[in-house]
Design a protein. Structure first.
Length: 169
């Protein structure tokens, strides 16, 4: 007796994650996370939420007074970063006083942090000078991973000044 195969993928009776592709197989189905995601197909998360570098230095905190030698982010390699440990949890979203965070020109996130449903968003990081919160900026990408944020950062330099991405709790 021959049984007819039910295509769970087209009938919507599969358990694949919304960011996965369902593939019908004989008598069953297979779920595979889409290219920008990682997981078993039933649970998928953005790759950057599990594959990132960490920024952990307490000197990066917005309340940390900078002493020479400054620590600059001009040689930071491109990539996804999570702020964690002694550095706190996220970037500050308001202007940080001059010569804080371990650098001369502290950087803060303008536009706020995204909700998880927002996905990847572009935001400006402003680096302040002694008299101006909006001295110079760079555009970064931010993602809310649920219980933490990740930031797509690159090394930043402008002139001979020492710029540094700040952190906060």
């Amino acid at each position: 007796m021959k049984t007819e195969d039910i295509n769970e993928c087209t009938e919507g009776s599969h358990g694949c994650h919304r960011d996965a592709t369902c593939q019908n197989t004989a008598g069953s189905y297979r779920c595979t996370c889409n290219s920008q995601y990682i997981g078993d197909g039933l649970n998928c998360e953005p790759k950057e939420c599990s594959n990132y570098k960490t920024l952990t230095s307490a000197r990066r905190l917005k309340g940390s007074t900078s002493n020479k030698p400054y620590v600059c982010d001009n040689s930071l390699t491109w990539g996804w970063y999570r702020i964690t440990g002694a550095a706190g949890r996220k970037m500050p979203t308001s202007c940080v006083p001059f010569q804080r965070c371990g650098g001369q020109r502290p950087g803060w996130l303008s536009g706020g942090h995204p909700n998880k449903a927002d996905g990847r968003v572009s935001r400006k990081v402003w680096f302040r000078s002694s008299d101006n919160c909006y001295r110079v900026s760079t555009t970064i990408t931010v993602r809310n991973c649920g219980s933490f944020y990740v930031y797509y950062l690159k090394g930043f330099s402008h002139g001979s000044n020492c710029h540094r991405y700040c952190s906060s709790y």
